[in-house]
Design a protein around this ligand. Structure first.
Ligand code: G3H
Length: 482
């Protein structure tokens, strides 16, 4: 509204038939902002920060909470519109879009409660060696928030809300797919926050470049690939000064031991690898199954695929839906062909079939280290299964991985579980026993080692990420002057 730019057509992940010809459905348009818009966003955010002396960074915690609560009420009023736009734009099953919206509201409320608690504890004075000290949490400054397409609302708000509550003015750049759903929020952002505190921009990398190059942004909160994060960090004139809060790639493995409860292991593995068509950073992206139970596991896994119906996202019960990323279908098709060329087979009937932007889940077996799917983060409905004899094989895989987010162990033997948990907590940031990998509940710490994350994005931890501890220390108390 304020900065304009060329208008860009926005298509749905879902193609529709017109006179029998399928084509992407045109669902809206939004500005494709240029570099001048990036510079305007920088100036606006810098004004709101005003070297830390602006209205927002100096406002009381209670004052900021009130603004965020007012915004949340307005956001709830447009729930239906947001949910429907999300469903059309990224093809997420309608019910899962509702869950994402409600989870986001809960995240905001829990973060407000966590801030009240943080504020209570930081208003206390401690006395040590005759010095009175109060530890406060102060804002860091202009913050750039960029969420991913798979959780365009929830993951963007997981950084936006703690950043705002801690007193940082923000620039939000929604993902390339999943941006239209920010349109119903624009008026609420404008009405509920002081000028310059929330700056919403639409565009591609061209727009982000001048923002980071300006050196005005002190915090980069980004959920996406490590490659993109590294490239953005280097655009800042002082990369060491830029605080990065990052949620990046992962190749979470499941290890199914011979002793595992098969019903449980299979139902968790199906859902863990294929929910939202495998487009979750926490998805199980490789399954190691003990060779003595692998045949049974595959037979049951294929039966479990019946719980993952394929179709359009508004149809009740559908779980596998059209993929929004251009080029994704080709990438997955090539991944399957590469695995087949190296000796794997698609072991589920119809696996890998393509129907426009729908990709039928492909279960690949036996997968080995020569295949691309063994190493790459597929982020789609392809399930590689690796047989193992010795548990050392999956352990090595996890140790040597460039990622370190989570893993799952399926075993019914307590001693076996204990022997695996201890080495694994030094490799990943969440070890799941007899359950799939996931981010929630959102009060649990969510982070990763190596190329998987920087900073921790849970309800309470995120408040700490977007602030710095400052100390007020005093010897004696100043006298009251009458
Ligand atoms: O894509 C990454 C998400 O944070 C995963 O969240 O485990 O709730 O699907 P989820």
């Amino acid at each position: 509204e304020q900065w304009g730019g060329e208008t860009q057509r926005v298509d749905s992940a879902i193609e529709t038939a017109v006179d029998g010809v399928y084509a992407p459905k045109h669902i809206g348009s939004c500005p494709d902002m240029d570099e001048a818009a990036g510079a305007a966003a920088v100036a606006s955010t810098r004004g709101a920060w005003d070297n830390g002396m602006g209205l927002w960074p100096t406002m009381s915690v209670a004052g900021r909470i009130k603004h965020v609560e007012d915004f949340t009420h307005r956001m709830i009023e447009v729930r239906d519109e947001i949910v429907r736009l999300m469903c059309w734009e990224i093809g997420k099953p309608y019910k899962e879009c509702c869950v994402e919206f409600d989870r986001t509201i809960e995240y905001v409320r829990d973060t407000i409660d966590a801030l009240k608690e943080l504020d209570r504890t930081s208003s206390r004075f401690v006395i040590e060696s005759g010095i009175y000290a109060q530890v406060r949490r102060a804002p860091l400054g202009p913050t750039l928030c960029m969420g991913p397409y798979n959780y365009p609302l929830n993951e963007t708000f997981a950084t936006l809300i703690p950043a705002l509550l801690m007193g940082n003015p923000v620039i939000i750049k929604p993902p390339r797919h999943g941006k239209l759903l920010f349109a119903p929020l624009m008026e609420a952002f404008r009405d509920c926050f002081p000028a310059g505190v929330v700056n919403l921009i639409f565009g591609n990398r061209r727009l982000v470049k001048p923002i980071l190059e300006s050196g005005v942004v002190n915090v980069l909160a980004f959920i996406g690939s490590s490659e993109a994060a590294n490239a953005m960090r280097l655009l800042h004139p002082s990369p060491n000064r830029l605080r990065c809060i990052l949620g990046l790639g992962a190749k979470n493995a499941a290890v199914v031991m011979e002793s595992a409860d098969m019903d449980l292991a299979v139902s968790e593995a199906v859902s863990g690898s294929l929910s939202f068509s495998g487009q979750r950073c926490t998805a199980l992206k490789i399954l190691f199954v003990h060779e003595n139970v692998v045949d049974e596991f595959i037979r049951r896994f294929n039966e479990g695929l019946k719980n993952m119906p394929i179709g359009m996202p508004w149809v009740d019960g559908v779980r596998i839906t059209p993929l929004p990323e251009p080029g994704k279908i080709q990438y997955l098709t090539d991944l399957v062909a590469d695995a087949e060329a190296h000796g794997a087979k698609v072991v589920n009937p119809g696996g890998g079939a393509v129907d426009r932007s729908l990709f039928h889940p492909a279960v690949l077996y036996p997968v080995n280290g020569q295949m691309k799917v063994y190493h790459e983060e597929q982020f789609g409905p392809v399930v590689p299964i690796v047989p193992f004899k010795d548990v050392e094989t999956p352990i090595r895989y996890i140790i040597e991985s460039r990622y370190g987010q989570q893993m799952s162990i399926f075993s019914d033997d307590a001693a076996e579980v204990a022997s695996l948990v201890d080495p694994m907590v030094n490799q990943v940031c969440r070890v799941n026993v007899n359950c799939l990998c996931q981010r929630g509940p959102d009060v649990f710490p969510f982070t990763g080692r190596k190329d998987s994350a920087e900073g921790t994005l849970s309800v309470g931890d995120a408040l700490r990420c977007f602030s710095i501890r400052t100390l007020v220390a005093a010897k004696g108390t100043p006298r009251n002057k009458a």
